[in-house]
Design a protein around this ligand. Structure first.
Ligand code: SAH
Ligand code: SF4
Length: 344
């Protein structure tokens, strides 16, 4: 069993079952999450017998690091799961802090036409210990503390709700990684039922919410994001307008701009119309499409990106342009794929 799949409460129960004092669980998790010690033998406040018992019966790492690709403003880590799949994690050097972009699934079932992760469909959900291990291993290799986590790597986090939720609990708990809830972002393609569950869940609704809209009309959205057939744009906007979000914070609306497809000023006007009712509740991130050798789409010109932004500004909607980091290592949004083809 993986100790990194358990909450403190669960691990206390677990050690009680083997006849130890519950505080042993606190000690174990303290080694892992505060000191980044991943070898039971080195947990010196436990007895020799206890250390040996842990070593024989429990595990910490669920991933094996295969490779690290350096990309200037980012680093991509390739990990192998126990069942021999490859997942990717990207560390991003922001101006004054580090952000870790974690994967939540192997592949993705949502099938967006512009996204490399979609290409092989969904292989499986990541387990709690696999989500947590991405953080632990990268943090151990990194001097500075990682401050932000974004669930924007491979997969649709809300399609793996229970495991993502538990990983978040480990990330924000004082006994765990102790990250601020405001520094964890969930990016979703807009699964209605899960968004409703999130709205009712005090742990999940305080995270940053990013929603990938990518198209301002039902028809266009359906053609780019098949999930939209069953999770319609209208329902999605309704959930977002109703979402109980603190008034000082904004829901991020992600919009990948693809040349000649969804990047005209008319599209910008339509998008503004969707948000207008609650314009202060949203912030739009425009992401120029990151090319992929196997996709027919193109990145728009910067002029059309600025023109798009201007329309939204004029409507009083905060709008930012996000040039994805990590392009050099194929670690940018939409370029993550569980294949080693990106290795050079
Ligand atoms: N599945 C979630 C999170 C992972 S995708 C989601 O869709 O939100 C993270 C972001 O990358 C999404 O906003 C998605 O629209 C964007 N993206 C996907 N492919 C892209 C590409 N080729 N270029 C730029 N952004 C892309
Ligand atoms: Fe999945 Fe997000 Fe890629 Fe769509 S953009 S296929 S939801 S990972």
């Amino acid at each position: 069993m993986y100790v990194t799949s358990l909450t403190l409460k669960e691990l206390r129960e677990e050690v009680k079952k083997i006849g130890w004092e519950p505080y042993r669980a606190d000690q174990i998790l303290n080694w892992i999450y505060k000191r980044f010690v991943f070898d039971f033998q080195q947990m010196t406040n436990l007895s020799k017998e206890q250390r040996a018992f842990l070593k024989d019966n429990y595990l910490i790492h669920s991933l094996e690091l295969l490779d690290v690709l350096e990309g200037g403003d980012s680093k991509k880590f390739l990990f192998k799961t126990k069942d021999a799949h490859i997942i990717e994690t990207v560390l991003i050097y922001e101006r004054d802090h580090l952000t870790l972009c974690v994967s939540s699934q192997i592949g993705c079932a949502i099938g967006c036409s512009f996204c490399a992760t979609a290409r092989d469909g969904l292989i499986r959900n990541l387990k709690v210990e696999e989500i947590i291990d991405q953080f632990l291993q990268v943090q151990k290799m990194t001097k500075e503390k990682i401050r932000n986590v974004v669930f924007m790597g491979m997969g649709e986090p809300l399609a793996n709700y229970q495991n993502v939720r538990k990983a978040v609990e480990i990330m924000v708990s004082p006994w765990g990684l102790d990250l601020s809830k405001r520094r964890i972002s969930i990016s979703t393609s807009g699964l209605i039922n899960q968004l409703k569950a999130m709205a009712e869940d005090p742990l999940m609704r305080e995270l940053n919410l990013a929603v990938s809209i990518n198209a301002p009309s039902q028809n266009l959205r359906e053609s780019l994001m098949p999930i939209s057939k069953t999770n319609t744009l209208e329902e999605l906007m309704e959930v977002l307008h109703d979402f109980p979000y603190p008034p000082d914070r904004r829901i991020m609306i992600e919009y990948v701009l693809i040349r000649g497809i969804n990047d005209s000023v008319e599209h910008a006007r339509e998008l503004a119309k969707l948000l207008r009712k609650n314009r202060k509740k949203f912030k739009v991130n425009l992401i120029p499409f990151n090319p992929d050798p196997e996709l027919p789409y193109k990145r728009p010109s910067m002029e059309s990106v600025y023109a798009f932004q201007k329309v939204l500004w004029e409507e009083g909607i905060s709008t930012f342009i996000r040039i994805s980091k990590g392009i050099k290592v194929f670690g940018a949004c939409g370029q993550l794929r569980s294949k080693r083809f990106a290795l050079r």
